[in-house]
Design a protein around this ligand. Structure first.
Ligand code: GLP
Length: 259
């Protein structure tokens, strides 16, 4: 794991955008895994700026999003489809047929249709040649994607139930009302995520410090899904000072990250 610590959210996001942009410059047909949540918003803003002002070209890039809520229309303002459209897709030259997202159109009891959909998603990732770079945030309970504590470290794309804590944390996208947050979601599995060739993990704020410490310095356990990041051979973790504040390991900031 290569840990990069920056003073501010802005500096962290610029560093992350630099890593994404350098991948696209090296490999214009890169396959990039995308995340939602508050953490990557400034990263997407910077990618849009790079596209507009420095001609960063997304025309051959393929994207796969990590997850989606179940039971929301694609245009629902709380859906990840809506988030991605508003925060990135509407503002860069990604081809529509190169944007892949899990669908939330199912009811939770349509188990067979959901597993077929998830299987097709896995096949689409494989057909694209696998994910070159997966962007990730870390939930306050340690989830990655929507892999809640207890998820198998080998899990694949599937239907999951969301914990109350996750519903509370994500209420900001649902009029601050946790009861409006769906109970189920579809998510890439931890096993799926670990197959990405590289991981770019972002965490910011004091409220993430404890879970960042557990994920990066604690034992690898299904009860802290983000601890699975320790198993990846090419993971870059970008933190702000606050999120990094409880780390005890020596984080050498002089080495250049591998991406
Ligand atoms: C959300 C998403 C995750 C995200 C995480 C952290 O629920 N499913 O992909 O990384 O929670 O969110 P935030 O960045 O808002 O803290």
């Amino acid at each position: 794991m290569h840990i990069i610590i920056r003073e501010t959210h802005k500096a962290m996001s610029l560093e992350a955008a630099r890593a994404v942009a350098s991948l696209i410059q090296r490999k214009p047909s890169a396959v990039i895994g995308l995340a939602t949540g508050e953490t990557p918003i400034a990263l997407y803003e910077e990618l849009i700026r790079l596209h507009r002002e420095e001609r960063l070209d997304f025309s051959r890039v393929t994207t796969f999003n990590l997850d989606e809520y179940l039971g929301l229309a694609a245009l629902h303002p709380g859906s990840f489809h809506h988030y991605m459209k508003k925060r990135l897709f509407d503002h860069v030259n990604l081809g529509k047929d190169r944007i892949r997202m899990l669908s939330g159109r199912f009811a939770a009891d349509e188990k067979d249709a959901i597993s077929r959909h998830c299987e097709e998603y896995e096949q689409a990732i494989a057909a694209a040649g696998g994910i070159d770079l997966q962007i990730l945030g870390i939930g306050a309970n340690g989830h990655i994607g929507f892999n809640e504590p207890g998820s198998s470290l080998g899990s694949r794309t599937r239907l999951v139930a969301l914990q109350k804590k996750t519903q509370q944390d994500n209420a900001v996208f649902f009029d601050d009302d946790p009861d409006k947050v769906p109970h189920h979601a579809v998510t890439m599995g931890i096993g799926t995520i670990l197959e990405a060739k590289s991981l770019l993990v972002l965490a910011l704020g004091q409220h993430k410090a404890e879970i960042v410490r557990k994920a990066l310095e604690g034992p690898v356990t299904a009860m802290v899904p983000a601890s699975a990041l320790q198993l990846h051979r090419n993971a870059i973790i970008i933190l702000d000072n606050e999120a990094a504040s409880l780390l005890t390991r020596d984080t050498d900031q002089s080495l250049t990250p591998p991406i």
